[in-house]
Design a protein around this ligand. Structure first.
Ligand SMILES: Nc1ncnc2c1ncn2[C@@H]1O[C@H](COP(=O)(O)OP(=O)(O)OP(=O)(O)O)[C@@H](O)[C@H]1O
Length: 241
């Protein structure tokens, strides 16, 4: 694997019975890139992401994530990545600090490292005042920011975000994207699925999936040129109809 490529996938396929949920997809993602993974409901995004994160075995094809084989080294991959799912995994009945401590522990951080991380996260998210509040009392936008920070508690190389900003308004989404940019500036690679076309515009490159296949892959500007479209919305409509 080249040094700058952190994800390399060739012919990756996932079948459920005769149905191909992901059909022969190939792409590469560079270190520090914000890579958007778009597609209508049921296009196969989550299934593809589950294969990349070592949660599901491909039916065929091959791939490497953070230098490890998706078929044979899924446990190694899990150590090197962060994952924030649609139903992000914070414990609502634990406080903000307890959640950070819990995930720090799962990822094998020492007590000292957890303490440092906790102050860091609280400071960065301006959550100092609510560290001892139960997560369920926080607004959704704050929970999403916290879930993102927690998914990076072990400083992973790549973070997978599965529709991380569902249900919040554009202003709050914009704040979340500031945090994504910060992480990418530190050299972290971001792999993000979204339904929101304004978010697609924020990505370095975007792939668009239709019925299990990748139908387009390039920067937002190049895709707009290619499809003679004024916006990503239009590109998406042209492809996905
Ligand atoms: N375990 C499974 N068994 C059978 N079919 C499945 C399974 N998981 C997913 N599918 C099917 O595979 C297709 C792709 O689903 P997937 O969840 O990957 O889509 P998606 O693009 O992530 O959609 P969404 O945006 O709704 O999350 C769908 O038709 C879904 O019904």
């Amino acid at each position: 694997m080249s040094e700058t490529k952190v994800i390399e996938v060739a012919g990756l396929t996932k079948k459920f019975g005769d149905f191909k949920a992901v059909d022969n997809i190939s792409f590469e993602v560079e270190k520090g890139e914000i890579f958007g993974f778009l597609g209508a409901n049921g296009a196969g995004k989550t299934t593809a992401m589950r294969m990349l994160t070592g949660l599901s075995k491909p039916s065929s094809g091959k791939g490497k994530v953070a230098g490890f084989d998706v078929l044979k080294e899924s446990e190694r991959i899990k150590e090197r990545i962060g994952y924030m799912s649609q139903k992000f995994s914070l414990y609502e009945d634990l406080t903000v600090k307890e959640n950070i401590r819990f995930y720090g522990g799962i990822y094998g951080l020492s007590r000292q490292q957890i303490q440092t991380k906790t102050s860091h996260i609280l400071e960065e998210l301006n959550l100092d005042q609510v560290g001892t509040k139960l997560v369920k009392s926080l607004p959704l936008g704050w929970k999403q920011r916290l879930a993102f920070a927690v998914s990076m508690v072990h400083e992973p190389e790549i973070v997978f975000l599965d529709e991380p900003t569902g249900g919040v308004d554009p202003m709050v989404r914009r704040q979340f994207w500031e945090a994504i940019y910060q992480a990418a500036e530190l050299g972290r690679t971001i792999f993000v699925t979204t339904h929101y076309m304004d978010e697609a515009e924020y990505c370095d490159r975007i792939s668009i999936m239709v019925a299990g296949k990748i139908k387009a892959l390039d920067s937002p500007d190049k895709l707009k040129d290619q499809f003679e479209a004024g916006s990503m919305d239009e590109v998406f409509l042209k492809l996905a109809r």
